[in-house]
Structures are given as C-alpha cells and as structure tokens.
Ligand binder design. Structure first.
Ligand SMILES: Cc1cc2nc3c(=O)[nH]c(=O)nc-3n(C[C@H](O)[C@H](O)[C@H](O)COP(=O)(O)OP(=O)(O)OC[C@H]3O[C@@H](n4cnc5c(N)ncnc54)[C@H](O)[C@@H]3O)c2cc1C
Length: 409
C-alpha cells in the first residue's frame, strides 16, 4: 500500500524551481513588451527550446511522471511568468496532446518532431476544433473530411475559428466530420502537414488578453492530406463509426472516440494549472503591495477588508490547486472522472483566476488600473480561463451530467 502524501518529490521540486527560474528571469521581464506588440514571442520560444523547456522531450518526460503533477507544476510556474508568452510556449502541446491522445505510435513519431521544429528553427503547432457555428456545440461542426480512395487521401473543407497558432503553425491538427449524421461521434482528427496547399490562416485576432499568443481563423479549401494523416488510422475509425451507427458507446482509448473531447480531457488539469499561475502572480503582487502601501498612517494590509481579501485569495488558489492536482493524478492513473473531476479542476481554477486578479486590481487601487503595474494585464489574461477549452457553463454541464446521470441541458 502506498502512503498518501502531498509532498513533492525532489525531481518535482527541481522541475518547479527550474521553470520558475526561466519564468522569473526570461518570461516576466519580456511580458509587457510582447503584450503591447501583440506578436508571437519567437525569441522567447527559441530561449525555451535552448534550455529544453520547449520540445517533445520535455512534454514526454512530464507525461511520464506517474503522479501526473509535473506538467501542472511547470505550467503554473510558466504562466506565473506570463500567460501570453506561456500560451505561445504551451499552445503546441494542445496539438501534440491530440496526436498523443488519438494517434498511433508511428503517427506520434512522424508528426510530433515537426510540431516543435528544432533549436535552429523553432516551430509551433495548432489544434483546430472550434468553428464559427460550432463552439460549445462541438457536434455542430461543419468541416468535412471525405476519403478519396483513388489517391488514398483525405480531402478537408471548412473553416476553423480562434485557433491558437492557426495559420502560423507547421503542423495543424484539424477535427472534421466524416459522417455528419453521427454528430460528434462521426468526427475524426487529421494532421495537416507543413506547407499543405489549401490551408490558409486568417488575420491574428486582437484580444482582451493573451495578446502575445497568436489566435486566428483557419480556412480549409480542398486540403488533401495522405491517408496516414487520419489520427488513429482507418481501421480504428471504421470500427468506431460502426459502433456509433449501432448506437453503442466508444469506450477504449484506441478507438478514437470524440477527437476534440479526448484532447480536452487530457489537457484540462494543465489548463487549470495555467490559470493558477496567473492567480498566484496577482495574489503575491497584491500582498506585497498591501504591505508597502500606506493610507491613514498604516499599511493598507492592516485593514481587515484588505487582509481578509488576501486570505480568501490564498485559500481559493490552494483549493483550486488541490482540484487540479487531483484531476492530474486521476487522469495519469486512468481513474475515471466519474464526477467530472477534470472539468471541476479547470472550472474552479479559471473562476479563481478571474476572482483573484479582480481582487488584486482592487487592492492596488489606481495602480491596479494602469500599465505601470502588471496586475491589469493579469486581470485581462485571466478571463480566457472561463471561456476556452470549454466555458464554465459547459464544465458545469459535464459535472452535472456526471453526478446526476441525467441529460441536463
Ligand atoms: C484566445 C482563444 C484561444 C483559443 N484557442 C483555441 C484552440 O487552440 N483550438 C480550438 O479549437 N479552439 C480554441 N478557442 C475556442 C474556444 O475553445 C471557444 O471560444 C469556446 O469553446 C467557446 O465557444 P464559443 O466561443 O463559440 O462560444 P459559444 O459556444 O457560442 O458560447 C457562448 C456562451 O453561451 C454559453 N453556452 C453555450 N451553450 C450552452 C449551454 N448548453 N448551456 C449553458 N450555456 C451555454 C457559453 O458558456 C458561453 O457563455 C480559443 C478561443 C480563444 C478566445
């Protein structure tokens, strides 16, 4: 019997401290500049690749951690540095997670190195699922994939929306409907290799937060990809479609399942950890500010109104982290999310990030509203965490359905 412990191992502490060092020395000092420029911070990505923080080896080592915590620890620290730069570094991981979650070993080996490029030329990858008419309602996807048996190619047509790294990526992982009548269960994920004709990115969208991270629409016009680009392979897809037609549930990992949902399940605790990083940055900053700022002849922290707000911020961050770690551990150890624990972790962490950054702005007063302090940026950056990878409402739906067994709408 293993003992219950929340102590981090020496390896985990080293990883956390190493990423923290990069976040403090490289990421945070660059954050304001890239936020203002609203451009992908390629030089910072190159730095991250140089030290081994950006690349498949890092991700694979993190995933290998049997506790599941490593990627959460790294994400919290990186996003403590800056979320826009953090997402530029971690955005590729979403596409890689899709390949890892739905692809075969051969596909992993073929495509993942291309997602990251190499130290001489760093690349990014994109996971494109959302569409203009299919956001929360994944089943409404209109992008179609049709198989051309004569050439053994899949032909993709459609439009994707809000894709992180969309259009600037080397590898795009695109979800599409193969059999529309089956809704979400008739969908599959495809790798679109670098330079494939017919794929075009729209303009980089101008955003409230995460401004360094590239977000854009992706247009697919008769995009032809080789048959081997179907993640999981043809046989697995046919089996899964047959089961769906017969009204059975796809259960095993190898069968593919709903490509987009699988990717999100794998990544939710990590996304929660990103939100925690922003929240912790804001809490730490507000605490220091409150100890230093004097009004009415005493530090503002000496007022219960301020001190209690800080106590709540700390408590909520710690509570969210426990949910994130639990879900990460469960996911890594194949425990079913019987009560929607993956969704809970992301839901709580996202809402805590919004709440905590809002309180931090309040504690700084006017200083919280101006760009001389990073708190206004954290406040803007936090909001996305109640929206992407499933909105808070959708996470509540997942939890509510899981605990009730009812088709809650
Ligand atoms: C910066 C950024 C990066 C992104 N990166 C990616 C990416 O890399 N890849 C990708 O595929 N997508 C990405 N997205 C898209 C993101 O995942 C979607 O925006 C999100 O899933 C919500 O979809 P939507 O915007 O269409 O909102 P909608 O689905 O239109 O939702 C609008 C509102 O209605 C609510 N709502 C919808 N249905 C219900 C319901 N049944 N019950 C209650 N409330 C409901 C929602 O919660 C929300 O509040 C990104 C988005 C942004 C802004």
């Amino acid at each position: 019997m293993s003992e219950f412990s929340l102590d981090l191992s020496e390896e985990q502490r080293d990883l956390r401290d190493w990423v923290h060092g990069f976040a403090a020395e490289v990421v945070r000092p660059a954050a304001a500049e890239w936020d203002a420029r609203e451009q992908t911070p390629w030089p910072v990505l190159a730095e991250a690749a140089k030290i081994g923080l950006y690349g498949f080896e890092f991700l694979a080592n993190s995933w290998a951690d049997p506790t599941g915590l490593s990627l959460c620890l790294a994400s919290e620290e990186l996003f403590w540095g800056d979320a826009g730069i953090g997402l530029s570094i971690m955005g590729t991981a979403l596409a890689v997670a899709a390949i890892y979650g739905s692809g075969t070993q051969e596909q992993l080996l073929e495509w993942v190195p291309l997602c990251f490029g190499d130290q001489a030329e760093v690349k990014v990858a994109a996971f494109c699922s959302t569409e203009p008419e299919a956001g929360s309602d994944v089943a409404a996807m209109r992008t179609r994939a049709r198989y051309d048996a004569a050439t053994d190619e899949w032909v993709l047509n459609g439009q994707k929306a809000y894709a992180t790294n969309g259009g600037i990526a080397s590898v795009h992982v695109v979800t599409a409907s193969v059999e529309p009548e089956l809704g979400a269960r008739g969908q599959a994920a495809f790798v679109v290799p670098p330079g494939t004709p017919g794929l075009a990115g729209g303009n980089k969208l101008r955003k409230l937060g995460l401004r360094a991270s590239h977000t854009a629409d992706v247009f697919l016009d008769e995009v032809r990809v080789p048959g081997r680009c179907l993640l999981g392979g043809r046989e697995a897809l046919e089996e899964r479609l047959a089961r769906a037609r017969a009204g059975q549930r796809a259960s095993d990992r190898a069968s593919g399942g709903q490509a987009a949902m699988r990717t999100f399940e794998l990544t939710r605790p990590t996304v929660g950890a990103q939100a925690l990083g922003i929240a912790r940055a804001a809490y730490e900053y507000a605490l220091e500010y409150a100890k230093g700022r004097e009004q009415f002849g005493r530090p503002i922290v000496d007022n219960q109104a301020i001190a209690f707000a800080l106590a709540d911020m700390r408590m909520e961050i710690d509570a969210a982290r426990l949910l994130v770690w639990r879900a990460a551990w469960m996911g890594r150890n194949n425990r079913p999310f019987a009560a929607g624990e993956g969704s809970m972790s992301k839901l709580k962490a996202g809402e805590v990030a919004v709440e905590v950054t809002g309180k931090a702005v309040q504690i700084l007063g006017g200083a919280g509203f101006v760009r001389d302090h990073p708190v206004e940026r954290w406040y803007r950056d936090a909001k996305i965490y109640t929206i992407f990878e499933g909105t808070s409402e959708i996470q509540r739906l997942v939890v509510a359905r899981a605990i009730s067994g009812r088709p809650i709408r």
